[in-house]
Design a protein around this ligand. Structure first.
Ligand code: SF4
Length: 329
């Protein structure tokens, strides 16, 4: 069994197939994945079972969302020759192990995960299904089945990793040391606001997609909200409440001090500020867009099949160990 003290670190992370990725994904999880995958064994999963937990009613776009997301992952630099990139539902062992582990997880442990109540409050009572309650358990299975010992997460996911560790300890206590206890690799992600100032999210319609062209990106940035009290060009502004300024912080770090001073003094107008941001952002994303345009979507199924084969090479024996430990099957 591996543990975190061993020099070998295996990273596992995943994302629901939400379609085209936006710059919030790039400057958040994806850049971190690319960096971690350089020095570690890495497994990146397209979590299509998880997509059903909140989107079970509308599955028409699921397959195209998978392809669009993989195209973006490859474009930002995830290398499928180095890391396994695979579809969750192509690893049937995940579903079986989820069923087996569901027998030992107290319902109260799942109900107390903060996102359970938060998501129901945000999305409505119809998502409060049996499958949705088990979402954090399936996250653990995703990690444990490939014997990953490190999981890159933001602060909001820490409670899921803590639960995952608790479940592994319970399993190992009941049946003997079988599963690897994963550790969280806490990552600080920059705040990437959407064009309306709220968190960037496809569901808010405020996202700048990686696949947008330069003109679309510039148009979206020109329409962004700024400080509402800066009405005329020479009015002093408050960068601390301006989402345009927050994006400068992410992509234009060497210029933020000058922009902040010029905004406060009234020397800088919002249009010029936005056009500088658009130019900088387009230049930053240009290599990603170029790579994306050169990837043939027809290559994705074979790539995912290869990733599934690599994940199953570990998942099949892990499930066999679990069944043997539980004396079943
Ligand atoms: S000048 Fe720039 S930072 Fe200042 S309020 Fe306008 S857009 Fe925001």
């Amino acid at each position: 069994m591996q543990n975190i003290e061993s020099p070998h670190r295996r990273i596992m992370s995943g994302s629901r197939p939400t379609g085209r990725q936006h710059i919030g994904h790039l400057f958040g999880a994806l850049s971190n994945w690319v960096m971690l995958a350089r020095d570690n064994d890495a497994f990146f999963e397209i979590a299509d079972y998880h997509a059903l937990t909140t989107g079970y009613e509308k599955t028409d776009a699921l397959q195209s969302n998978i392809v669009e997301m993989v195209l973006d992952w490859l474009a930002v630099g995830i290398d499928p020759a180095r890391s396994a990139v695979y579809l969750q539902s192509q690893i049937p062992e995940i579903a079986e192990m989820h069923l087996l582990l569901s027998m030992i997880v107290p319902v109260a442990w799942l109900q107390r995960v903060p996102t359970f109540k938060d998501q129901i409050a945000a999305l409505g009572p119809e998502i409060a299904t049996y499958g949705f309650l088990g979402y954090p358990l399936m996250q653990l299975v995703d990690i444990a089945i490939v014997r990953a010992n490190a999981v890159p997460v933001g602060k909001d996911q820490l409670s899921h990793i803590e639960l995952a560790r608790e479940i592994v300890r319970r399993f190992n206590h009941l049946y003997g040391a079988t599963l690897v206890e994963p550790q969280a690799l806490l990552s600080e992600f920059p705040d990437v606001p959407g064009t309306d100032g709220r968190k960037m999210s496809k569901s808010y319609g405020n996202a700048i997609d990686l696949a947008d062209d330069d003109a679309t990106t510039t148009k979206k940035i020109r329409a962004m909200l700024t400080d509402p009290l800066k009405v005329r060009r020479n009015d002093p502004g408050r960068p601390e409440i301006c989402p345009v300024f927050s994006l400068h912080n992410v992509v234009n770090a060497e210029r933020v001090s000058a922009i902040e001073a010029a905004c406060r003094s009234g020397e800088l107008g919002c249009l010029d500020c936005k056009l500088e941001l658009a130019a900088r952002l387009n230049a930053t994303i240009a290599p990603v867009r170029e790579r994306r345009a050169n990837i043939d979507p027809a290559s994705i199924p074979a790539l995912l099949a290869n990733g599934a084969e690599r994940a199953r090479a570990i998942a099949v024996p892990t499930l066999a160990d679990v069944k043997s430990a539980m004396k079943i099957g």
